[in-house]
Design a protein around this ligand. Structure first.
Ligand SMILES: Nc1ncnc2c1ncn2[C@@H]1O[C@H](COP(=O)(O)OP(=O)(O)O)[C@@H](O)[C@H]1O
Ligand SMILES: [Mg+2]
Length: 274
């Protein structure tokens, strides 16, 4: 049984819905995600790669149920996510987190680092998920924040500072610490290094790999860049115009691509060291 099972998932946006004036196809609708099926197994990293506008973010958000699909099914640990009640969904949310592309927009500038990282713990205060099985007390939360800062390679002394005091790479580490606060099993990383310089991005990718080993995480790692995706992924799913056109092991996809679009992606992206 896969950790995440996506079956025949669709997300159709109607004309006029797009704030950015999306391309309109066919009957005045955008098939942002078009009949997608995908399994993600526990402990693996599935890389989701495709050009801008191919539907990667929409698929990632659908899987976390941050947006509702037009049709299809999503199972998480064999539970039907779309049938989950509000309360069940709230519990499930602890196990599924997202890391965003833009570490500037995703951290509230009015809050201190420790409050940003602690917020999920406060929201789920009574969830009894800390290792001692005790409730998340104020001290417990502070200790957990320190632990998380260390895990993402930041000094605990920065707890009282504000996001704007940090570089993009440091902010992304803060965002990652927040995403890991509730000990999730599954993390969608949506272009987590695309806003960063290459060398800083490489450090973040290495951190994500380290955290996966340390905490047994499962990733859906979204990027438009094949070199970044191939570095981290066990398997790669190639997305084009809302469809997954090819999925296979990283070796299969990069050494023996079957679909012309996959070949064009590989040609467009020269080998770079990450
Ligand atoms: N809220 C929305 N309303 C209308 N169209 C949208 C919305 N979000 C995304 N789209 C459209 O769906 C398609 C896929 O977008 P997206 O999932 O953001 O692609 P990617 O992450 O691969 O760049 C695009 O054509 C985009 O314009
Ligand atoms: Mg996107």
């Amino acid at each position: 049984m896969a950790l995440v099972e996506v079956r025949n998932l669709n997300k159709i946006y109607s004309q006029g819905e797009s704030p950015l004036g999306a391309k309109i196809s066919g009957r005045n609708e955008v098939r942002a995600v078009d009949d997608v099926s995908l399994d993600i197994h526990s402990g693996e990293t599935v890389g989701l790669v495709g050009e801008s506008g191919s539907g990667k973010s929409t698929l990632g958000r659908l899987i976390l149920r941050l947006i509702e699909p037009t049709s299809g099914s999503i199972r998480f640990e064999d539970r039907d996510l779309l049938a989950a009640s509000h309360g069940e969904m709230r519990r499930l949310r602890r196990d599924m987190q997202i890391i965003f592309q833009d570490p500037f927009a995703s951290l509230d500038p009015r809050f201190r680092v420790e409050d940003i990282i602690a917020e999920p713990l406060v929201i789920h205060r009574n969830a009894q998920r800390n290792p001692q099985g005790t409730r998340n007390t104020k001290d417990g939360i502070r200790d957990r924040v320190v632990e998380l800062l260390r895990a993402v390679g930041l000094d605990e002394s920065i707890r009282q500072r504000f996001p704007h005091e940090f570089s993009g790479g440091q902010r992304q580490r803060i965002g990652i610490a927040r995403a890991l606060a509730l000990r999730p099993k599954f993390v969608v990383a949506d272009e987590p290094v695309s806003a960063l310089d290459v060398s800083v991005g490489a450090q973040i990718v290495n951190l994500l790999a380290q955290l996966q080993r340390d905490f047994g995480l499962t990733y859906l790692f979204i990027s438009h860049s094949m070199p970044v995706v191939r570095y981290l992924s066990t398997r790669i799913a190639v997305m084009y115009r809302g469809k997954i056109v090819e999925v296979g092991s990283t070796e299969q996809i990069t050494e023996r691509p079957q679909h012309p679009y996959t070949r064009s992606l590989l040609e467009a992206t020269p080998e770079v060291e990450v």
